[in-house]
Design a protein around this ligand. Sequence first.
Ligand code: HEM
Length: 604
Amino acid sequence: MVIQRECKFARVASARNQDRLMLMLFMLAANVWENAKINGPNVKLYNSVDDTPANPLFIGVRLEDVDGIVANSLAQHNTTITNDLVLIGFVEVLVSLYKRLVVKPERLREMLRKQGISGPPPTLLLGNIREIKKAQAQSKIKAPLISTINDDEPAAAATTTSISHNIDALLFPFFDQWRKQYGEVFVFSLGNTQILHVTQPDVVREITTCTSLDLGKPSYQHKELGPLLGRGILTSNGDAWSHQRNILAPEFYMTKVKGMMNLITESTMMLLTSWNSRIEKEGGIADIKIDGDMRSLSGDLISRACFGSNYSKGEDIFLKLRALQEIMSKKSLSMGIPGMRYLPTKSNRNAWQLEKEIHNLILKAVNERKQEAAYEKDLLQMILEGAQSSNFSQQETDQFIVDNCKNIYQAGFETTSVASTWCLMLLASNQEWQDRVRAEVIEICSDRTPDYEMLNKMKQLTMVIQETLRLYPPVAVVSREAFKDMIFRGINIPKGVNVWTLVLTLHTDPKIWGPEAYKFNPQRFSNGSSTHLYMPFGVGPRVCLGQNLAMVELKMLMALLLSNFSFSLSPKYDHSPTLRLVIEPEHGVQLLVKKLQDDDSLLI
Ligand code: HEM
């Protein structure tokens, strides 16, 4: 039906544009339905961006002064739209939703079923989210992860503490159950996203090392994490991604990382000074919840790497990014639910507000820099020059800078901070390894501050960090989406299906690591890593850009802490790994920290 009358209203949706249709649904539901009235002879449907009227498959809504009869906007509830228009809108939205939520997922599952790949049956809108949450809640109740802490002698407690590192069973209990039911390859759903679970080594190898641009970061990530990541290197695909990678990669080469040694040392020394004064205040032994300190250190380092000597400006930005990240990380599972991101819930409104503030703050810092005569060759400068040499419009340039600043922070901040937190927890609960690594550090450094060459010689320390990243890989899952039909080792993956490589599961599989897979044993890395299934930094074309920087940061921190303090687990420590955007300790990590005797310590 073609509607002849006109009104003033905002362009919202094309029947071919799924996301905007979701928006349309909510706007209609929230603002329009009750208020829709025919208010004059001026309602018209618009066809597309060129404003040609009349195709009823398109719902065009415009804010223009067509006449003065009707109200100003949908949000103000003054809009007048014909009942016919609303009805057509709803029918179209419903048809489109039906296709998106029922027909397409079913078609993808059918294509997989024909190859013998099945999985748990999904429910509408949620997919398998409910079962996942239920299984996670049950596994928390079941497994006591920590045992025998000696309260009478807290300083000695670490030697008697037994901690379970089987966190795969805790975080992904449903996968174990589904593997038993449906085999190694199965399909499950988060919302209406169909995800293929694969763990066979040869299939994993092909997928993770695939260089085709037709396999990339899942589209739901940049949609759902839009306020946090935009379209920076972490979520972009195709040519846009390779362009960003080419600009950023040289900034993380080892030669550049060596140039960051001073700022890494400076930031770490600040932490040492602060712990030292706490220990003095608390009478020789301090009970410290370390996660906050690890976060501050990691944030401070990225601020300095990005903004050089102007890092205090960066700190404001990163504090807001941290707040935004906290909001987003609480959503993780609800991400797949269609349309959730459009609802003006409290957390969405907070996220939108923070996104705006961060955008403005980054651009303000960039503009101030342009006024300065001399500038540093820090990361921000590289991103700026990269954007300027790219024939972008002003708006695209701004977006490129903002998104990539946010991406670097996001990629490097939480990952490094949880890695150091877990590493200290493991050293605190394994006194023998703590002593071994300390002896190595003191032998190599004597009474000097570690430099790059010294860090390079610390083999035992490297092994401890590798083992930490095996048992507690910050990035638990690496996910990809097929942008066209693809075949991996005989498995036909239809366009639109996501593939998950379960890093945590592969890292602790007894078939790969032996019967002691869940034990902390850095010795297994004495000859480096012998398997391509060890991938804390990912593998293939999208391997972590910051891994050199992260390893140097972690080594410097551990070397300085071990050479100045001894630590054990606090009796207050509650071992509770949880999966948000990264694997982190739900209740933090609490350590008893003691200063080493003066003649043992290196620096303070
Ligand atoms: C222990 C610390 C870190 C871990 C465990 C880690 C892990 C990872 C992983 C697994 C990926 C690949 C994700 C995928 O394939 O989907 C990745 C990508 C990335 N990482 Fe890291 N990362 C760490 C630290 C850092 C740091 C310090 C930076 C920079 C400051 C950084 C920058 C990046 C970037 C830019 C990417 C995206 C690469 C691309 O998509 O082309 N990472 N990281």
